[in-house]
Design a protein around this ligand. Structure first.
Ligand code: FAD
Ligand code: 2HG
Ligand code: ZN
Length: 479
C-alpha cells in the first residue's frame, strides 16, 4: 500500500478532524521540545475515543505501521518523537482531554489520557482537593505522558511520583485489546498490577487512554521559605532535620546553586531578590489542609534550628502569596533560563540521599579536571535524591557539537560516579530514544532481560514506539 492509501484507511476510522497530514502542520509533532531530534512521519492520528484508539491500533498491526504515542511533547529523552524512517505514525491524545469524574469522598479523579495536567489539577481544586503532581510543564504536559514517563516534579518528597498516584487505568494494548480498569480502589490484590506496567513504559507497551488518580486534601495553608546555605553544610542532614521536625508537612525541598538561580533571574521580568549562600539555596515548603496548625510558627522554629546548626546562613519566610509565587517562579524558570542562555547538557542524576554530598564533591572535581572553565547549572529535587546536574553550553560553541562531545566523555564520568554511589543516569526523565545506550551500559543485565520479556509479551511485533527504551526479543530467542 502507498502512503496516501494508509492515510485514507486511517481517515476512514477517524474522520477528517482526526488526522493531520499537511507537512507544515506535522513539524510541531516531529521535533522534541529541546530540538535535539527531528523524526519523520506522514501523519498524526488524533483519535477522539478509546474505541477509535483500538481501531487504529488494529489497523496499524494489519498494515505493519509503527505507532508513537504523544501527549504534550514536553519530555526530555526523545520518547515522543518518531524515528527518521518515515514509517512510524504519531498518535496524539490531544482530542481526548475530558475530565470524566471527580469523586470527593473517594478522593479520586478520572480523566482522559489527553487531559492537560493543569486542567486536571484545576478540576480537583474546584472540588476542594489537590492532585499532588506538580511540574514546570504542567500547562502543556498530559496525563498519558505523565504516566508514560512516571513524572516526578516538585512535591514527590510528600506525595510520591505518578506511579504512587495511579489508582486505575484504561489502555489499548498493541493488538487493539482494551484494558478497562478505571477503578478507584486503594486495595485490589487480584493478581498482577497491570496498570503499573504502563507507568514509565514511554509508549512502548500500549496507549493509555484514561486514568484514575489519587487526590489529597487541598492545602489551605502553606509556609514557604528560602534558605541561603552556608559553605560545607550537609544537604542530607539539613533535609533530615527538616523532615524530623516538620513531620508529614514537608511538601518541597528544592536545591539550587547560585548559577542556576542567576540563569532564571536573567529571564524573569520581576525576580525576587533572594539569592543564594555559598552552598546554594533551598526552597522549602510546608503545607496542610488543617486550619488548626501554625505552619509559620513551625517554619520559624525549624529555620532557627537549621541556622544554629551552621548549615544555613540566612532564611526568609514568604510573607504573602505574591512572595511565595515569585520564589516558585524563580525555581520553575531555571530550565527556561538554561534554554535562553544557549542550552545545557543535562544529567538527571539520582543518588541515595546519604550520597548527595559525595556526588556533588566528586562530580565537581570531575568537571574541574575535565575543563576548568565549564559552568554548571545544578538544581533539583534533593528531597528525592534527584539532581539536575547540567553543564552550560559555552557561548560561541555549537550546542549540538558540544553536547555530543560532553555526552561521550564527561557525562560518562558523572554517570559512573552516580552508579558507583548506587545511583542512576535517569531519575525522572526516562530513557526514550536518547538514553538507550545508557540503559544498556548501566542497567542490570537481568533487569533488562525482564524488561525485554515484558515488551515481548505485550508487543512482539514492536508496533509501539519501536526504538524507545527496549527492543523485544526476536521470536526465536524467546524460547
Ligand atoms: P510526551 O513528551 O508527549 O511523551 C512522553 C512519553 O510518554 C513518550 O515516550 C510517549 O510515547 C509516551 N506517552 C505519551 N502519551 C502516552 C499515552 N497516552 N500512552 C502511552 N504512552 C504515552 N518531568 C518530571 O518528571 N519532573 C519535572 O519536574 C519536570 N519538569 C519539567 C519542566 C519543564 C519546563 C519541561 C519542559 C519538562 C519537564 N519535565 C519534568 C518533563 C516532562 O514534562 C514530563 O516527562 C511529562 O510527564 C511529559 O508529559 P507529556 O504529555 O509532554 O509527554
Ligand atoms: C525541573 O526539575 C525539570 O525543572 C527540568 O525536571 C530539568 O531541564 C532540566 O534539566
Ligand atoms: Zn526535575
Amino acid at each position: 500500500m502507498s502512503v496516501p492509501e494508509y492515510v485514507r484507511a486511517f481517515r476512514h476510522i477517524l474522520g477528517s478532524a482526526g488526522i493531520v497530514d499537511d507537512p507544515q502542520r506535522l513539524t510541531t509533532y516531529t521535533t522534541d521540545q529541546r530540538q535535539l531530534a527531528t523524526g519523520s512521519t506522514y501523519a498524526v492520528l488524533k483519535p477522539a475515543t478509546t474505541e477509535q484508539v483500538a481501531d487504529i491500533v488494529k489497523l496499524a498491526v494489519r498494515l505493519g505501521v509503527g505507532l508513537v504515542p504523544q501527549g504534550g511533547n514536553t519530555s526530555y529523552c526523545g520518547g515522543a518523537t518518531p524515528d527518521t524512517t518515515g514509517r512510524q505514525v504519531i498518535v496524539s491524545l490531544e482530542r481526548m482531554d475530558l475530565i470524566r469524574e471527580v469523586d470527593p469522598l473517594s478522593m479520586s479523579i478520572s480523566a482522559d489520557a489527553g487531559a492537560i495536567l493543569k486542567n486536571v489539577q484545576d478540576a480537583a481544586a474546584s472540588a476542594g482537593l489537590l492532585l499532588p503532581l506538580s511540574l514546570g510543564a504542567e500547562g502543556s504536559c498530559r496525563i498519558g505522558g505523565n504516566i508514560g514517563t512516571n513524572a516526578g516534579g516538585l512535591s514527590v518528597v510528600r506525595y510520591g511520583m505518578t506511579r504512587d498516584l495511579l489508582l486505575g487505568i484504561e489502555a489499548v494494548l498493541p493488538d487493539g485489546t482494551i484494558v478497562s480498569d478505571m477503578r478507584k480502589l486503594r486495595k485490589n490484590n487480584t493478581g498482577y498490577d497491570v496498570k503499573q506496567c504502563f507507568v514509565g513504559s514511554e509508549g512502548t507497551l500500549g496507549i493509555v487512554t484514561g486514568a484514575v488518580l489519587r487526590l489529597a486534601p487541598f492545602p489551605t495553608r502553606r509556609s514557604t521559605a528560602w534558605l541561603k546555605l552556608a559553605q560545607g553544610g550537609s544537604l542530607a542532614e539539613l533535609l533530615a532535620l527538616v523532615r524530623r521536625e516538620s513531620g508529614e508537612l514537608l511538601t518541597t525541598f528544592e536545591f539550587m546553586t547560585a548559577r542556576a538561580i542567576a540563569l532564571a533571574t536573567a529571564v524573569m521580568s520581576n525576580p525576587p531578590s533572594v539569592g543564594a549562600g555559598p552552598g546554594g539555596a533551598v526552597l522549602l515548603e510546608f503545607a496542610s489542609s488543617s486550619r488548626h496548625l501554625d505552619l509559620d510558627g513551625l517554619m520559624e522554629a525549624v529555620l532557627s534550628e537549621a541556622v544554629e546548626s551552621d548549615w544555613v546562613e540566612d532564611a526568609y519566610v514568604a510573607q504573602s502569596g505574591n512572595q511565595r509565587a515569585s520564589m516558585w517562579e524563580l525555581r520553575e524558570t531555571i530550565p527556561e533560563g538554561e534554554k535562553r542562555w544557549g542550552g545545557s547538557v543535562k544529567h538527571d542524576i539520582s543518588v541515595p540521599l546519604s550520597s548527595i554530598q559525595r556526588f556533588l564533591d566528586v562530580a565537581g572535581e570531575q568537571v574541574r579536571n575535565y575543563r576548568a572553565d565549564l559552568e554548571l547549572s545544578v538544581y533539583g529535587h534533593v528531597g528525592d535524591g534527584n539532581l539536575h546536574y547540567n553543564v552550560l553550553v559555552p557561548h560561541g560553541t555549537d550546542r549540538i557539537e558540544f553536547m555530543r562531545l560532553i555526552e561521550g566523555s564527561l557525562s560518562l564520568w558523572l554517570y559512573d560516579t552516580a552508579a558507583a554511589l548506587g545511583g542512576t543516569f535517569s531519575a525522572e526523565h526516562g530513557v526514550g530514544r536518547f538514553k538507550r545506550h545508557l540503559l544498556e551500559k548501566y542497567g542490570d543485565a537481568g533487569r533488562i532481560a525482564a524488561m525485554r520479556r515484558i515488551k515481548t509479551a505485550f508487543d512482539p511485533a514492536d508496533i509501539m514506539n519501536a526504538g524507545a527504551v527496549v527492543r523485544p526479543f526476536e521470536p526465536e530467542s524467546i524460547r
